[in-house]
Design a binder for this molecule. Structure first.
Ligand SMILES: NC(=O)c1ccc[n+]([C@@H]2O[C@H](COP(=O)([O-])OP(=O)(O)OC[C@H]3O[C@@H](n4cnc5c(N)ncnc54)[C@H](O)[C@@H]3O)[C@@H](O)[C@H]2O)c1
Length: 451
């Protein structure tokens, strides 16, 4: 069997590397129009950082895993074509700021229709609005030249930072397809691929629309838990309750469960906000404004939490940060990834720059140019600096803000940091990563989220 995956990003790269490793007899081609990205996949310095990914890629690359810019060649040769291109929020026209921009998906469907020289199974790996398979089928059918195409939905549930372990032992694999003999045969083909390493009872098969919708709903539920505990964090700060104690107390109830109850500066990443907004747009489209408003609240709470964090820094630093140096520790949207898309750090930096602070960022994996690009776009601002270490960022800073929960921040020598800061020295722990009592014993004025 030959598989081709169009899109060599955070999803396409790792998922295909795992299939290639677990099914050595399947030939896996990952193709992308971004030549620089493909060159990086073929080099020693992969375009994305994920623990364990380098070893995984090295195991299969050159054997049955290939990265190339030859999209057409990949399509022609493959029996199964995964579509793992980006589906960002639309920034223009109808649905701007909410609906998914499906132009990459549509363009891939047209390329497949144009170049496929035989029957193919098309697998939606990208996260897309419900009913997108209909669009893909329509485009394929209109250009099929008699070839048989089956469209499956197989959303990806990996989390960045733990992509390799998530792919190695997924809690479930979801495959949606049509209830026709052709659809069922296509489902079975994909089940057989995953069955190389995923226990059969973990592979769920559904109809197409359930599968497409489940991915949006899964992300909406996860993000909702974060916004729920973050809303409580504000109440904790007002009342003297401690949000971690509250989370522990409620999480012991097995109906609630302990996971995803960590209060923080807010969620980020390319998916949660985009997928909820997509869900909101769908609800509006289908005439369900109450449902749309319910889910939109999750994003609104997250925006508020990010702004609240920066506002708390300003308020605590005697209502002005103008000319003060603020060290931002961590810029990626979570630890163990170099992905900065929608990272709360962007909003925190912008708010502090708007208050005329000097903002010094340190992140162990994100390059300086990317930090500047995310915060300033094409603009310039001499008050945004990037440091090569946490110690360098902290030297002379009036306050430190932990924005990403990188493990290395837990073991910093805070007494050394304290000595290099003007007094009083403040720490704002946006991830509740540090022991505030210990920091206070060193002399810091330290505060976390919801405490
Ligand atoms: N990042 C995640 O954690 C994650 C998790 C689950 C699902 N998803 C979903 O998976 C999809 C991909 O996400 P990602 O983070 O991998 O995106 P990404 O931006 O990292 O990668 C997408 C790639 O597709 C390529 N591409 C776009 N159009 C193309 C075309 N016509 N031909 C060839 N290549 C093309 C781009 O060059 C890019 O390299 C999105 O729909 C996303 O919502 C992402």
């Amino acid at each position: 069997m030959k598989i081709c995956c169009i899109g060599a990003g955070y999803v396409g790269g790792p998922t295909m590397a795992m299939i290639a490793r677990q099914a050595p007899e399947i030939d896996v081609q990952v193709v992308d129009m971004n030549a620089a990205r493909i060159a990086a996949w073929n080099s020693d310095s992969l375009p994305i950082y994920e623990p364990g990914l380098e070893r995984l890629v090295r195991e299969a690359r050159g054997r049955n895993l290939h990265f190339s810019t030859d999209v057409v060649g990949g399509i022609k040769a493959a029996d199964v074509i995964f579509v793992a291109v980006s589906t960002p929020t639309k920034t223009y026209g109808v649905g701007a700021g909410r609906a998914a921009d499906l132009r990459f998906v549509e363009s891939v469907a047209r390329t497949i229709a144009e170049h496929a020289a035989g029957p193919k199974i098309i697998v939606e790996k990208s996260t897309i609005p419900v009913k997108t398979a209909e669009t893909i089928k329509d485009i394929l059918a209109a250009n099929s030249r008699g070839h048989q195409f089956e469209v499956l939905s197989n959303p990806e549930f990996l989390a960045e930072g733990t992509a390799v372990t998530d792919l190695e032992a997924p809690e479930r694999v979801l495959i949606g397809g049509e209830r026709t003999p052709g659809g069922q045969a296509a489902i079975q083909t994909l089940v057989d691929v995953y069955a190389h390493w995923v226990p059969r009872e973990r592979i769920i098969t559904t109809n197409l629309w359930s599968s497409e919708l489940s991915k949006l709903v899964a992300n909406a539920f996860l993000a909702q838990r974060i916004s729920s505990i973050n809303s409580v964090s504000a109440l904790c700060e007002a009342t003297g309750a401690d949000v971690d104690e509250v989370a522990n107390a409620i999480g012991r109830d097995s109906r609630i469960g302990p996971k995803f109850l960590k209060a923080s500066v807010g969620f980020g990443g390319s998916c949660f906000q985009k997928d909820i907004l997509n869900l909101v747009y769908l609800c509006e489209h289908f005439g369900l404004p109450e449902v749309a408003a319910y889910w939109e609240g999750v994003v609104q709470m997250n925006d508020w939490q990010k702004r609240r964090f920066a506002a708390r820094i300003v308020r605590t630093l005697f209502n002005t940060v103008a000319g003060k140096r603020i060290a931002i520790l961590g810029f990626a949207f979570k630890k163990d990834t170099n992905d900065t898309r929608e990272s709360p750090a962007i909003s925190v930096c912008r708010d502090l720059l708007a208050e005329q602070a000097q903002v010094v960022v340190y992140d162990p994996k994100v390059p300086a140019a990317e930090i500047r690009q995310e915060v300033l776009g094409k603009g310039e601002d001499g008050r945004l600096l990037v440091a090569a270490s946490a110690y360098e960022a902290a030297r002379g800073a009036h306050a430190l803000a932990i924005v990403t929960e990188w493990d290395e921040f837990k073991t910093l020598d805070f007494s050394r940091i304290f000595e290099g800061m003007p007094q009083p020295a403040f720490i704002f722990d946006g991830r509740n990563l540090l022991d505030l009592a210990k920091l206070r014993a060193l002399g810091f004025r330290a505060m976390g989220i919801g405490k």
